[in-house]
Design a protein. Structure first.
Length: 361
């Protein structure tokens, strides 16, 4: 703010000083050789004519700040500016008349009364014009600046709202994930699988610490997301034992790519739930990540199972369940149309959940 005021003050001083120098130069170029009034006197007169506007400009700007020409305050501001314009004309006119008398006495010339009155009228009209040339651009700049500030505040509030909505979506995953993980542990307890239940509780404790650490970030490296996912799968493997097999195909160039937190856990949870649902025997999961090259490279995350499948047509950008709906909402929030989620059948059986993201590091 201080730098801005200094810059404005220097601009005002520089502007009127340049006009004073230009005016003196013009007078010098057009000065008759036999002029009765010495050039220094004329030069001082022209300088005073323009340089007096430096303090007057600061005073006018102060009036504009106190009585802005805004629609809601025009009733009070217009009379004040009319009075201010009259005061400025009187001050500037009086100073110029006093200088004219001094210059006339110095050159021992008598200025006719009619010429003096005419010059006063011209000077008053000139002062009114200059006052308007200061007030209206300054008011326009003030209104433009305030409109810009309102737009910035509106954009900031909208961003805060979106961030709040996204945080709500992200926090929605915590109780959902916790409920499903506890359900797995509860199943082990009901089946009196004490040793497995103890191991699962230990894994769950570690998993919750990771979840709370990552909750502060909207996006994390894929390597961190996979570390969290492995801990979750470890709990499920304690529950299902050899009936749950997992294959990992993670391209090395993808591990540093940024992904939304909890983006893969709902996919794996959904694959386990539907892959093992009503099925006797084992289920295999295939978790993969690769980069799809192009003008805008994409990170592709796949979770496939060989379970019962979808029993219907492919589902694109649709999902059932809290976890999958949450994924669609967060992708839309973070990437708009640049990200996609799809759930399609996998031949000969099973399903594939795919997330495509812009490649960011």
């Amino acid at each position: 703010m201080v730098k801005k005021r200094i810059f404005t003050a220097l601009g005002i001083i520089g502007f009127w000083s340049i006009l004073a120098i230009a005016s003196v130069q013009q007078v010098y170029d057009n000065l008759p050789a036999a002029s009765a009034t010495p050039f220094p006197i004329i030069a001082l007169r022209q300088s005073v004519l323009w340089l007096l506007w430096i303090p007057l400009t600061f005073a006018i700007l102060a009036v504009i700040r106190t009585f802005p020409l805004e629609r809601s305050r025009l009733g009070k501001s217009i009379p004040v500016h009319i009075l201010s314009c009259i005061v400025v004309c009187l001050l500037h006119g009086s100073a110029m008349v006093a200088w004219q008398h001094y210059a006339a006495a110095y050159s021992e010339q008598l200025i006719p009364a009619s010429m003096l009155r005419f010059s006063q009228v011209v000077l008053a009209a000139f002062d009114v014009l200059v006052y308007g040339m200061i007030v209206f651009p300054a008011t326009a700049l003030r209104l433009a600046r305030r409109a810009h500030e309102r737009e910035m505040r509106t954009a900031h509030l909208e961003n805060q709202l979106l961030q709040a909505e996204f945080s709500a979506l992200k926090m929605q995953m915590h109780p959902h994930f916790l409920f499903n993980a506890l359900n797995s542990v509860a199943t082990l307890v009901r089946e009196v699988r004490t040793q497995e239940a103890v191991r699962a509780i230990a894994q769950l404790s570690d998993l919750l610490r990771s979840a709370l650490d990552d909750s502060r970030d909207d996006c994390i490296p894929l390597d961190d997301e996979l570390l969290f996912l492995r801990k979750y799968i470890a709990i499920e493997q304690i529950r299902f034992g050899e009936n749950l097999r997992v294959e990992w195909e993670i391209a090395p160039e993808t591990t540093s790519a940024l992904v939304p937190t909890f983006i893969m856990q709902p996919l794996v949870e959904n694959a386990i739930k539907h892959g093992l649902s009503g099925r006797i025997g084992s289920t295999s999961l295939r978790i993969s990540a690769h980069v799809e090259p192009g003008n805008a490279p994409k990170l592709v995350l796949d979770v496939e199972d060989d379970g019962a499948g979808l029993h219907g047509s492919p589902l694109t950008q649709t999902a059932s369940g809290v976890g999958l709906r949450n994924i669609v909402s967060r992708l839309q929030f973070l990437y708009g149309d640049n990200a996609a989620f799809s759930l399609t059948p996998r031949l000969p059986n099973g399903a594939r959940a795919r997330v495509e993201l812009p490649l960011e590091r």
